[in-house]
Design a binder for this molecule. Structure first.
Ligand code: ATR
Length: 280
């Protein structure tokens, strides 16, 4: 029997937790497959994608900076990947490559199961309008959120996102004045920006308070408690970090590739262990 192959493609890729998460799941279920780390430069992407049609490849995860660039090289997109305009999962089926996006489902599952938050009919504020914000806003719109206010430093990018997804998404600048209009009635506030990856950074302008009754989410998982989350806690809000979204998007991809229910607890533990090893 051939050992099947999977992997994650990005540039750079050495910090990805996906190999640890997926290999733990494959091994636990006794699936004869190896999950690899594929560092692919933008100029290599097209040739590399063609190689995924090899018979021993089950599929691939796609991460920064290739989530959008990979689309023209695929045979098909799922409706959700098309709506988001980005692919994080490629499935190989008999020579055809199908692009999907599990970031959206991963976020919503974490919100529901860990945050106890049902998005339908709710008012949300998103900070940021990049790739991650697109997946999250599309997921929330799909789930029937009543309003999604997208605040971005560069207003144009937020406006493009709102125009692409339509109602209930609206665009705002990331300013104290604009946030004063949307934050007080928000039931959930999500940081999708990269501000917070470095200790001490926050996307919020100085002096802006988070609503104490809201669930406040940061999709950053390292550090596990960003300044944004610490300030939310200090304001009395409930908080949720990004590790759950990472694990649940992996679980959704795993099921698409293998047809098996993902061992989420094992994947969570592998992610925690890989993170701890990295910061040790
Ligand atoms: P990703 O795919 O991870 O979302 P991205 O597409 O590069 O990454 O988007 C990064 C997001 O973080 C953008 O919304 C960016 O705002 P701009 O579009 O105005 O650049 C936001 N961002 C990055 N650093 C920020 C900071 N210091 N303060 C506020 N927003 C920031």
């Amino acid at each position: 029997m051939t050992t099947m192959r999977l992997g994650v493609c990005g540039y750079p890729i050495k910090h990805s937790l996906s190999p640890a998460i997926h290999q733990a799941a494959l091994d636990t279920l006794g699936i004869d497959a190896r999950y690899e780390r594929w560092e692919i430069r933008p100029e290599q992407l097209q040739t590399w994608v063609a190689g995924l049609r090899a018979p021993d490849i089950l599929g691939s995860n796609i991460t920064v900076p290739h989530k959008e660039a990979v689309i023209p090289f695929l045979d098909e997109l799922t409706p959700l990947a098309r709506a988001i305009g980005a692919v994080n999962t490629i499935v190989h089926r008999e020579g055809r490559l199908i692009g999907d996006n599990t970031d959206a489902a991963g976020f919503v599952r974490s919100l529901r199961e860990e945050g106890g938050f049902e998005p339908q009919g709710r008012r949300l504020v998103l900070l940021g309008a990049g790739g991650a914000a697109r997946a999250i806003a599309a997921a929330l719109a799909w789930e029937g959120a009543a309003s999604i206010a997208v605040h971005n430093r560069g207003l144009e990018r937020a406006e493009r996102l709102a125009a692409h997804l339509g109602s209930p998404v609206r665009a705002f600048p990331l300013t104290t004045e604009a946030l004063a209009a949307t934050l007080p009635s928000a039931e959930c506030v999500v940081n999708t920006t990269s501000a917070g990856l470095r200790e001490g950074e926050t996307p919020l302008p100085a002096g802006v308070a988070l609503p104490p009754g809201a669930l406040v989410v940061d999709i950053i998982y390292n550090p596990p408690r960003t300044r944004f989350l610490r300030e939310a806690e200090a304001a009395g809000a409930r908080t949720l970090g990004g590790l759950g979204m990472l694990v649940y998007q992996a679980a959704a991809s795993f099921t698409i590739w293998t047809g098996r229910e993902a061992p989420v607890a094992v994947m969570y533990e592998a992610a925690r262990r890989a993170l701890a090893a990295r910061s040790a």
